[in-house]
Design a protein around this ligand. Structure first.
Ligand SMILES: Cc1cc2nc3c(=O)[nH]c(=O)nc-3n(C[C@H](O)[C@H](O)[C@H](O)COP(=O)(O)OP(=O)(O)OC[C@H]3O[C@@H](n4cnc5c(N)ncnc54)[C@H](O)[C@@H]3O)c2cc1C
Length: 483
């Protein structure tokens, strides 16, 4: 089957990859000139990479690791020491390590928590461990049922005071979803913890050895194109045109360089755009369907990424750090952590600035000033002087991953839709890894599987692989027709 996919983030790319594996022909269209969506990156005038955001891979990402294995690029992951590292703003320059010993799960995580005396009292450790028992025993069913609470409410229900929230979980929640514990759904941190508790290397962090478009997206493109698929950048979906049955008849697309609109026909169509982008293209005759109406309950969360190049080394830590400060979330010195960005003499900090709702419309200079004043507390020996900022980049994403507040999970759509020849993909769609790279890859795989199943069912029932196409449509089905 010929399948058109609108959106070239990791979900759209993974969907294309698994479609070619199942013998179909994907035609992927990405609006931007660079692939990757939320993992996109581009070079500035000096040839330095500017990234949409700092990205960590985890041992608990089975689908991402499988995909990279199938592409033969697993060696591009640089695994770090098995630990989580927190700044201690009250003890400037001193780090607190949760070192995870080489023992079976969940003992390795439990021991790492028990051994850390900087951030948790024994009373807090015991109460938290008791609170986690239902999650460990009853698993994901319990975790999913906690979506009605914020994480702060869940902690209070288990007698764990606000101090532990301040100490650890503001940093953890901001790094997972770019929002604070008093607004995030309890399901999110509990599910992350549960995955870490189930798998020995689940919480182990890896960095890609360079910029995602070249080191991760391009191998997927090469794989897809070598097997008969197509990938086009700079081509945006403009309209989904439906036929009398309500199925998709064709897409109208347009080059972002202003070229004329074109019509594209296929056997199946996929939106792998973000939920916010897709909502702009839902045809009028689909809008009353509950499946599409539920999307009104999902919205991307704002986040800001900051990159700062310094004239000297600020740290030699080769890892992710949780800043535990009001505006920053996680950060890394990429001159130590990423092979392609390595520099023995100068630091390049990449930082996630969140929650960003109050900052997304502020000038970049305000965001840099606020970042530097928080960094001055973390690196008092270097900032505000003598270290100098050589240059900076700020990337604002107004709508990133879906905002994971309580009661959102029920509105995440399945990949299969009520429209016979139309499917959704994206990390916001229903899958257990919420808004993450792993979630995006898994959603792409699930979408490809649904399309394949639909084609098998269609050929079983009618002897044809056509999904929801009316008889008067062009059966020779040219993939791209100039208007
Ligand atoms: C700052 C930041 C840090 C993050 N850190 C991590 C991390 O450490 N670990 C982790 O696992 N995840 C992380 N994530 C989340 C992860 O990046 C996303 O969950 C994942 O990349 C989403 O992929 P996607 O394909 O579902 O969506 P997207 O990446 O949003 O892709 C959608 C694509 O659709 C395209 N599109 C939109 N409109 C159109 C149109 N009209 N026509 C054609 N194409 C269109 C967009 O340009 C985009 O390329 C982070 C995200 C951000 C923003």
């Amino acid at each position: 089957m010929r399948v058109v996919i609108a959106g070239g983030g990791l979900a759209g790319l993974a969907c294309a990859k698994y479609l070619v594996d199942m013998g179909h022909q994907p035609i992927l269209l990405e609006r931007s000139n660079v692939l990757g969506g939320l993992v996109a990156a581009w070079k500035d005038a000096d040839g330095d990479w500017v990234e949409t955001g700092l990205h960590n891979f985890f041992g608990a990402y089975p689908n991402m690791l499988q995909l990279m294995g199938e592409l033969n690029i697993l060696d591009r992951l640089q695994w770090k020491r098995h630990a989580l590292i927190f700044n201690q703003p009250e003890k400037p320059g001193v780090l607190s390590w949760f070192d995870v010993p080489d023992l079976p799960a969940p003992f390795n995580i439990i021991i790492s928590i028990l051994r850390n005396n900087d951030m948790l009292t024994w009373n807090q450790k015991i109460r938290f461990a008791i609170g986690l028992i239902p999650a460990i025993v009853r698993g994901d069913k319990y975790v999913a049922s906690m979506d009605k609470y914020t994480f702060e409410e869940w902690l209070q229900l288990h007698g764990i005071g606000k101090d532990i929230t301040t100490d650890i979980f503001i940093a953890v929640c901001k790094s997972l979803k770019f929002i604070d514990p008093d607004v995030i759904s309890a399901t999110i941190p509990l599910r992350a913890l549960n995955k870490f508790l189930q798998q020995k290397d689940g919480s182990k962090i890896a960095y890609l050895d360079g910029a995602p478009p070249e080191r991760l997206c391009q191998p997927i493109v090469d794989y897809v194109v070598a097997r008969g698929g197509e990938v086009h950048t700079g081509v945006a979906l403009k309209e989904i045109v439906t036929n009398a049955d309500g199925n998709v008849e064709k897409l109208i697309v347009q080059g972002t360089d202003g070229t004329l609109s074109r019509e594209i026909y296929a056997d199946a169509y996929v939106s792998a755009m973000s939920v916010d982008a897709f909502k702009n293209y839902i045809p009028a005759n689909w809008q009353a369907l509950p499946y599409f109406q539920q999307l009104d309950n999902l919205e991307g969360v704002p986040v800001i990424s900051v990159q700062l190049w310094f004239d000297r080394k600020l740290t030699d830590i080769d890892h992710t750090l949780f800043s535990r400060s009001p505006l920053l979330s996680v950060y890394s010195d990429m001159s130590n952590s990423c092979k392609e960005y390595a520099d023995p003499d100068k630091s390049m900090l990449e930082l996630v600035f969140a929650p960003a709702a109050d900052w997304i419309d502020r000038p970049n200079s305000d965001i840099i000033d606020a970042t530097l004043s928080e960094l001055a507390k973390l690196f008092p020996q270097h900032l505000p002087s003598p270290a100098k900022v050589l240059k900076s980049h700020v990337v604002k994403t107004r709508h990133s991953i879906y905002t994971a507040t309580p009661n959102r999970e029920q509105f995440r759509p399945q990949q299969i839709t009520p429209i016979a020849n139309f499917f959704l993909s994206g990390s916001y769609t229903a899958q257990p890894f919420f808004g993450s790279m792993e979630g995006a890859v898994l959603s792409g795989k699930l979408t490809a599987q649904e399309i394949h199943n639909a084609s098998l069912n269609a050929s079983k029932s009618s002897g044809s692989k056509v999904l929801g196409r009316t008889s008067n449509q062009n059966q020779s089905n040219p993939s791209v027709v100039s208007a």
